[in-house]
Design a protein. Structure first.
Lengths: 323, 323, 323, 323
């Protein structure tokens, strides 16, 4: 039986597929270890609103396969203030809650960091589709989001091949091109534009014209939102070559939805359980991650202040194979 | 053995899922009846370019499940001219081709109509996702397109529920709201905006605010492109109520893609076979359709000059059930 | 406002996809018409157990897309007896329930028929994947089940083509070959074995050997369970030709699962609403169906005593096109 | 430009999803490096039949998303003999082929090992859904196969919950329980039976009865074929408790099919490229794998003689979380 008696869990920031699987793992792992577990509705806002309730085994039944988060999420300006943070810590203490698992992205991690300084033991779980968190190879939801993008590109490919047209697909990723890269390689996209690599649309246009001349029936350009707007890319390509008449698709929020892949469910399950076990061991102010297959803890401070690495090798491979 | 000896088939206009299944049915039904069958690449443009080739049983093997059209499609300005049409008829006659099956939408039907006046027996098959062709209850591709939209809305619902947000989804349908209607009813959308029914966004905003107050966690507005731009709808809703912060998704060309549903494959198979059998019977200048489960022929002229009916009863049902 | 004040709904027999959509339509349509609506858990068994509860708009929120039935289903021997039926009618009367909507298959309809004779107004909705109910062109769940089968056959085709092998796929349908027929046509199966059409496996074996010789890379035999066991078919084919080494797949209960297609959701929604409106109009002892696009009522007696018709034309088309 | 001038590629053994993506990577990487590349149809049998042909960029166009293998596969008894192996090596030499990439499982690797001893440089790529190859964390196809199983279990869960029934799902894995483990964890299966862990069905039956009593509406038992037949498991469970009436589903060959996941496509792409680059560097008789995110080479001998490790920690996690 653990020395820790009560912990809570919340989801915060943009939702991602697999958050429910992580939640299930946190709840069941806590109960398995004899710890009382509380859910906080609507993230930090719910915390400040005392929207806290006890959870049991059945609270997380039949949710492993659902997108979104049953605990919901919300933005909370008040929690950015020191006063808000103090209030949050106090509310948790009133419940006797000693540990908090926060599932979310960078912003959510910073809240956990603040709470830990106010005496609440915290654990961060990387719940975001962008894969833009450092010290973890994968974030929860990334694999599913890539799947949604690849599925959409497959659909576009059908119709683009029928008309011998180019297609610009704008995907999520403000600072991180991982969705574009992984989906681009997997779907055989000819061009992948990411914030991490400078590009020249004149060259892109030239290669496209060349490829069509060589018999390619379609040309797919995947662009991370951080590297440019789909519409702008298409019009600039048209300026470079009158032959290029690219259709633009902005995938938007459907990338956050859908049933999580087994990969994401299992990643979420392992990380959720790991977070609870880490709290039991007395850890705090840490981000849980998976690096080269191993579960690891890293100081939240370090995680939010380190830029995620981009896989240049995979990027070059994608270009090499999409000739 | 049929008196008709040689027929050809082409796909034209925007592609739709199930065109390949229709093509397979045309080819195999022709061969079954002892008729030589030719494929024309890239629609009417390919016809004018003599891009015509003989097809056999294996030419359409393993395509029933594929989106797009292996014969490809293209726009062709030249074919709008009388000269182009004469040239097309002559080319067909040079091959000894007496009948032509055209798979496509309204514009494609008009081409078939012109050719029939120049002595080529023609049959139109309704290949378009919009369901905007009269004298057929369903067009080939419509059921699949509705499925793509409903799948996307399911994904949006996950994430919208997590944030208690509204979502505006713009779908295809310039003059016909059928995709919006069928997808809206199937996904439990609260609001469906179509070109056929006038609407008042003030009322919509009021109902949305009311529903959120009553505990609904999401609100989905499906809008056919012919009824308004998604972005415009969202900003006008925000003007009406400051509480409404709707995310916009424009589904675009992914609606044309994906493996056709069994419904579309079977519809395409039945219609393709019916077109060939009708040509054998000496019919010409007809559109093939399915009305109340029965295969029917209608004069192309009548089809292109009659507006498709909108199902008001289903529309009202959708609103009644999405409270 | 309706003269009917209270109605109830139950699901019975094997579940099917779209039952939840039907349930949602019944509940919301009733509430829209100012009628109190009760749910009965676990079919007729739940009725006898007084497992009855009041439902509101939110009771059926977020279920339109879910497989199975939130009301659950169960077999109930007691309800086969006159005593059980009387007890059921009495329990309903104790609640003041004047009308009952039963969603299920033939057996469930018979229960409704008995109750109607005991003074309860009843409506049957065709909820079964087999499409084996007469006086309706489609049952709720059939379109989805066909989709599950076609998806599985697509997967088998990948691997069978890679090994140039034959595949026997056993699907549901004890007395009705509709799943086999529609899935067989849609997936280009070379052979479709159904209870309605006698067959000769010697001929099948001959055609398969011929087709492989002609360059076909796979051969798919879809068999409805009522026409034979997959394993038996495979071994008899092997007896007829030593070249045929067919793999057997029994799809089983996965055919009942999965998110309902838009077609099934919309069919269920229309039928559910129709059932409620029919009860309001004072109808009883009727099965709701859709025939040639029109909603129709038929005496339950007539429905359970009429054999469903098989579409021989479609059957022959499937064979003609799968050469 | 590489010293190696000509290489060939074949797929062998049971096919797996992602083989086509691997093939595409091998072909395009070879061409990128200025190497002539040959495809061998139908595995080692095709090699002995001289079924060898030159491939170019377009040979592998539009295949990245397809299940199965366009090069097909076949068993070949002749190649088990020394004479067959010599003949194979000679044929390759006649073409001037110096290196061979073999995509397949253990048996396929052994063939590559033999050829390397006869002077052909060989590389093995782990193409099998079972994840039963040592010195690689993942085989190509495994992630997709797990997805197929999880999708099927989701469908079963719908219907099992509706009837409060147990479900036994037999999945692939003769010596390796990885599919059962990963799919079991991802789908929240209560029981996972694998060849690596002894089990007691009496205990399983007891836990199931307990869980139903505690309000669980379904119970899913995933069993790897190497740990027992689904039917046997179900009848033994029924012997232990008369309350347990489990339905059995044998997923069979559909596990090999379907479009590969992005994960499998990217794994295949990286490994395919790595195999070519390794041949260029003069390596031979090696299996390519991915261990903790890094691409690694291991002697084929060592790979085929080492048993794959089972992840006991993940196994225990799955049980812990499925209460």
């Amino acid at each position: 039986m653990s020395a820790v008696k009560k912990i809570a869990v919340l989801t915060s920031g943009g939702d991602s597929q697999g958050m429910n699987a992580a939640l299930r793992a946190v709840v069941r792992s806590a109960l398995y270890h004899g710890i009382e577990i509380f859910g906080i509705q609507r993230g930090y806002q719910g915390l400040l609103n005392n929207d806290i309730f006890s959870m049991d085994l059945r609270s997380v039944g039949d949710i492993i396969q659902r997108g979104g988060t049953v605990l919901q999420s919300a933005r909370c300006k008040e929690f950015y203030t020191e006063e808000g943070q103090r209030k949050g810590a106090e509310i948790l203490r009133n419940y006797g809650i000693e540990g908090l698992v926060v599932i979310g992205g960078d912003g959510s991690y910073q809240g956990a960091n603040k709470l830990s300084k106010l005496g609440i033991n915290t654990m961060g779980l990387p719940g975001t589709i962008d894969n833009d968190i450092s010290f973890t190879d994968y974030t929860i939801g990334f694999d599913t989001a890539v799947g949604v993008v690849v599925d959409a590109i497959n659909k576009l490919r059908d119709t683009m091949s029928s008309h011998e047209r180019a297609s610009v697909v704008e995907v999520m990723g403000r600072h991180c091109g991982d969705i574009a890269l992984h989906a681009g390689l997997a779907s055989g996209a000819e061009t992948i534009l990411v914030p991490e690599v400078p590009y020249d649309l004149g060259e892109v246009a030239q290669r496209m014209t060349h490829n069509f001349a060589m018999g390619k029936r379609h040309s797919i350009i995947v662009v991370a939102e951080g590297a440019g707007k789909g519409d702008d890319i298409a019009s600039e390509l048209a300026r470079h070559s009158s032959q290029i008449d690219a259709r633009v698709t902005v995938l938007g929020h459907i990338q956050r939805g859908g049933t999580p892949t087994p990969f994401d469910r299992n990643l979420a399950s392992r990380l959720g359980d790991f977070a609870v076990r880490s709290l039991i061991r007395g850890e705090s102010d840490k981000a849980c991650g998976i690096i080269k297959g191993e579960l690891v803890l890293t100081d939240i401070d370090k995680v939010v202040n380190t830029k995620n690495k981009f896989d240049n090798e995979m990027y070059e491979l994608a270009l090499r194979l999409s000739q």
